[in-house]
Design a binder for this molecule. Structure first.
Ligand SMILES: Nc1nc2c(ncn2[C@@H]2O[C@H](COP(=O)(O)OP(=O)(O)OP(=O)(O)O)[C@@H](O)[C@H]2O)c(=O)[nH]1
Ligand SMILES: [Mg+2]
Length: 286
């Protein structure tokens, strides 16, 4: 039967922090399912996005970037999420950044990828930048089923990656219903959006001291979508920085979240943000 031949499976995006995994996920899915920022360790969970194609379905798992420069608790947990994500998948997409040398950190990721017992694609991203170190990565070509030089931001060679993913997927039952693009629920997506704006507006260690909890998302009678959320930080000194003088910073975070949500949902949104100190949120993190 026609349907029996449909492809279906899981591909995981793996790489160092900041190579553009989440940007690539969004480009492949065609909509924003993951937040992206110029800062390392933006992604903290193994998020899924789904490619629907007449020939089948590819579930793409985005992962936190492997990061070894700050060996704290959170980093250890994030690196463990990556290791777990490499289990039980059908294809590894190893994303590298040719604007940076292969260094010790990259060698760790390379080792993880090499050990995965499935087909592998090497994606040299940011090809729009003509990254000077691309040859260091091209040298690994023989280890991969395919090597693709792409640009997630410009869309260069994305189609080739899409085609290769479909080709490498096993035949199988669809994992997601048609139309569903991600496994994230609404509260989680809003928390991520707030976290993105925190990452974009605060610097140095401050974003890493934070997490976001969305307590309420409610449809108000006047048609307004009401969001109540808390930014948690692990130290008192950061709380003041997140709020800013006269509330400037928190106000601007809330405004950016509201604007983006209004564009996406095409309705009025009200965002109620507060900042709380919770020293040990990282211990609860999983
Ligand atoms: N020039 C260029 N920049 C890119 C490209 N893809 C991603 N970037 C930029 O690289 C930065 C990191 O992108 P992310 O998608 O957040 O990277 P990531 O690998 O998911 O990072 P973590 O979640 O921290 O591991 C952002 O500033 C992106 O705009 C690309 O193809 N070309
Ligand atoms: Mg990411």
């Amino acid at each position: 039967m026609e349907n029996d031949k449909k492809k279906s499976g899981l591909a995981v995006l793996v790489g160092r922090s900041n190579v553009g995994k989440s940007t690539l996920l969004n480009a492949l899915i065609g909509t924003k399912v993951a937040i992206t920022t110029p800062k390392p360790q933006t992604t903290r969970h193994a998020l899924q996005g789904v490619i629907h194609d007449p020939r089948g379905q590819v579930v793409i798992v985005d992962t936190p970037g492997i990061f070894t420069q700050v060996p704290d608790n959170l980093t250890a947990k994030l690196n463990e999420i990556v290791r777990q994500s490499l289990k039980g998948i059908d294809v590894v997409v190893y994303v590298v950044d040719p604007t940076r040398h292969v260094g010790d950190e990259e060698k760790i990721v390379h080792g993880l990828v090499s050990a995965a017992p499935c087909p592998k694609i090497l994606v040299i991203n940011k090809s729009d930048t003509r990254g000077p170190y691309a040859d260091e990565y091209r040298a690994w070509s023989d280890e991969f089923d395919t090597v693709l030089e792409i640009s997630a931001t410009k869309g260069h060679n994305l189609k080739a990656l899409h085609e290769k993913l479909i080709e490498l997927m096993p035949v199988g039952e669809e994992l997601y219903p048609a139309e569903l693009l991600t496994n994230q629920n609404r509260k989680f997506r809003i928390a991520e959006l707030i976290r993105e704006k925190v990452f974009l507006r605060l610097h140095d260690e401050v974003p890493y001291s934070t997490t976001v909890e969305v307590d309420e998302v409610a449809e108000r009678e006047n048609g307004v979508l009401y969001v109540q959320a808390r930014i948690l930080t692990n130290a008192k000194r950061y709380r003041g920085m997140i709020i800013g003088q006269g509330g400037r910073v928190i106000k601007s975070i809330g405004q950016a979240v509201r604007k983006e949500m209004e564009t996406v949902t095409d309705r009025k949104v009200f965002v109620d943000l507060t900042v709380e100190v919770e020293e040990k949120w990282q211990e609860r993190f999983e």
